[in-house]
Design a protein around this ligand. Structure first.
Ligand SMILES: *[C@@H]1O[C@H](CO)[C@@H](O)[C@H](O)[C@H]1NC(C)=O
Ligand SMILES: [Zn+2]
Length: 246
């Protein structure tokens, strides 16, 4: 009993020392799942692409919020989809980082990792005026210097607890079976999905919206599902650098 009380006191003291004034996750620590039940944090990697705008419409029509882990150049240049990126942001979806060129970060030097992060930040400042505070590392690769460098840059690091397998040729029906097996109970899921697949946008997403409704799950951003709704973006005002091409 005494030991527990002392431990709790120490934990509170260290939280205060680290400036933790809200309930969000610590930078540089891998998060796989929401911190509360009753929600589902739909998350889409690898955009923006030609389906981003449709995806926002589908989510908005359902009153759903989701998270977009955007890259700079994977499916063409992010500036060519600037309208869709703005639309996602203005609709209240979370805009987060999936790096500039989608490399495995563990294969890069510290400077290389920083450059992957800052190039996407610069583009997002130009397009939506914000720098993201959340990242999902490509290939979920958090090895090597990845976590210490992301921590030093203030990034909260998201991986996954339910893999739709869309990247591995799962049909929407096969992905749906994965969600049914995972179930709607327990702390909310943070799924792995990819918006450049038309079937993920036009078939799996409507099914998930309906599944969430049937199970009374609220569709929220990753930040919100971690009690960090105010922490989706880095603090401060950032000036656009005028770039409009990749
Ligand atoms: C994407 O899927 C929708 C709905 O199934 C369909 O109407 C549309 O033509 C598809 N788009 C492409 C480019 O295949
Ligand atoms: Zn990816």
């Amino acid at each position: 009993m005494l030991a527990e009380t002392v431990l709790a006191g120490l934990l509170m003291a260290s939280g205060a020392a680290a400036g933790c004034t809200h309930g969000g996750p610590s930078p540089g620590v891998v998060i796989q799942q929401c911190s509360k039940p009753g929600m589902l944090a739909l998350a889409y990697d690898d955009g923006p692409y030609i389906y981003t705008s449709d995806l926002v419409d589908i989510l908005d029509a359902a009153g759903a919020k989701a998270t977009f882990f955007f890259t700079g150049t994977l499916y063409g240049c992010i500036y060519d989809q600037a309208t869709a990126v703005k639309k996602a942001f203005k609709s209240g979806h979370q805009v987060a980082s999936h790096t500039w060129t989608h490399p495995a970060l563990s294969g890069l030097t510290e400077d290389g990792i920083r450059s992957e992060m800052t190039q996407l930040e610069d583009a997002l400042v130009n397009i939506i005026g914000k720098k993201p505070a959340y990242v999902r590392p490509p290939y979920l690769d958090t090895a090597g210097q990845t976590l210490p460098v992301l921590k030093s840059m203030g990034y909260k690091v998201i991986t996954v607890d339910v893999d739709s397998g869309d990247w591995n040729k799962n049909t929407p029906e096969q992905s749906e079976a994965v969600f049914l097996a995972a179930g709607a109970g327990g702390n909310g899921h943070i799924p792995l999905m990819h918006e450049p697949y038309n079937s993920t946008v036009h078939e799996l997403t409507p099914w998930l919206i309906n599944w969430a409704k049937e199970n009374k799950l609220k569709l929220v951003t990753v930040a919100e599902c971690l009690g960090d709704a105010g922490g989706a973006y880095q603090k401060g005002n950032f000036k656009p650098n005028g770039k409009t091409t990749c």
